[in-house]
Design a protein around this ligand. Structure first.
Ligand code: SAM
Length: 271
């Protein structure tokens, strides 16, 4: 897919997903967020940039860890995500945090401004993850850390059929290379191509838990990257796509709903 089109699909897709995002994903992504947070090992007073920050879930955690002497800049391509994050900061009277709409591949910040760059579950959506990592490398001070979490191998993510289910009902693919970074050595290679001398990667297994069909479908279709395409479906196509998705995760049905396996990778590079 042409890069500009992919960015538009992401921008307006996540605008649609923004209001559903935390309900759908905050709990489910907690294992990845916790692991990223551990690897980031934030120190007080650090200046931190959060790339593809969404509603700011990691930005606010980072702010708590860096304290009042630190600074957080959260960036995302979606206006709605930035609006929500900004509103949360204002409502809580938080001063040393700001949110700005920016493409991850074109950060409008100075070179060597930050001690730490984080990107939680954002790289898979970009036309060029390497370009985004190059930007993170550029804005880091020497010795600064870059920590990125991505989804793992397709075969280890039980919800993976969602893309195929949506793509066969729309004219363009939503996330053409989504699972590429989860394959052996690809994340490491991307860090190296971006300028990091090395990259340590940790794989973690996790489960997406849903107690009803509705919650499983809402998270998949309304709270994530396919939200824009889904919003354009007629009611009957929506119903048909949901049924197909539920069939695709049928093997993960439990007594209490669904427990769908997922895998995350956490990569660390040092400038
Ligand atoms: C799964 S959400 C992750 C949000 C947040 N980091 C978290 O972990 O809760 C993915 C985010 O990537 C953002 N995104 C997608 N393409 C982007 C791009 N080219 N530049 C910046 N952000 C982008 C989306 O708008 C969305 O907010």
């Amino acid at each position: 897919m042409e890069a500009a089109l992919q960015r538009r699909v992401q921008r307006y897709g996540w605008d649609k997903a923004a209001l559903y995002y935390e309900n759908s994903w905050q709990q489910q992504l907690k294992p990845a967020h916790d692991a990223l947070f551990d690897v980031a090992n934030i120190q007080t007073g650090q200046k931190i940039i959060d790339i593809a920050c969404g509603t700011g879930l990691m930005s606010f955690r980072a702010l708590e860890a860096t304290g009042s002497d630190g600074l957080i800049v959260g960036t995302d391509i979606s206006d709605k995500m930035i609006e929500i994050a900004d509103k949360t900061a204002k409502e809580n009277g938080l001063g040393n945090i700001r949110f700005e709409r920016m493409d991850a591949e074109e950060l409008k910040v100075d070179d060597e401004e930050f001690d730490l760059a984080i990107c939680a579950l954002g790289l898979m959506y970009l036309p060029s993850p390497v370009n985004a990592l190059k930007q993170m490398f550029r804005v880091l001070k020497k010795g600064g850390h870059c920590v990125a979490a991505v989804w793992g191998k397709r075969i280890n993510c039980g919800w993976a059929d969602i893309f195929e289910i949506v793509d066969k009902r729309v004219s363009s693919e939503v996330c053409p290379m989504f699972f590429n970074l989860g394959n052996e050595k690809v994340l490491e290679e991307n860090f190296k191509l971006a300028g990091f001398a090395s990259c340590q990667v940790k794989r973690i297994q996790s489960f997406l838990e849903y107690d009803t069909d509705e919650k499983a479908c809402s998270a998949a279709f309304e709270g994530g990257p396919v939200a824009l395409a889904y919003s354009k479906f007629s009611e009957s196509v929506k119903k048909e796509a949901c049924e197909e998705y539920l069939t695709s995760i049928e093997n993960f049905k439990t007594e209490d709903g669904y427990s769908v396996p997922g895998e995350f990778l956490i990569g660390l590079g040092i400038k």
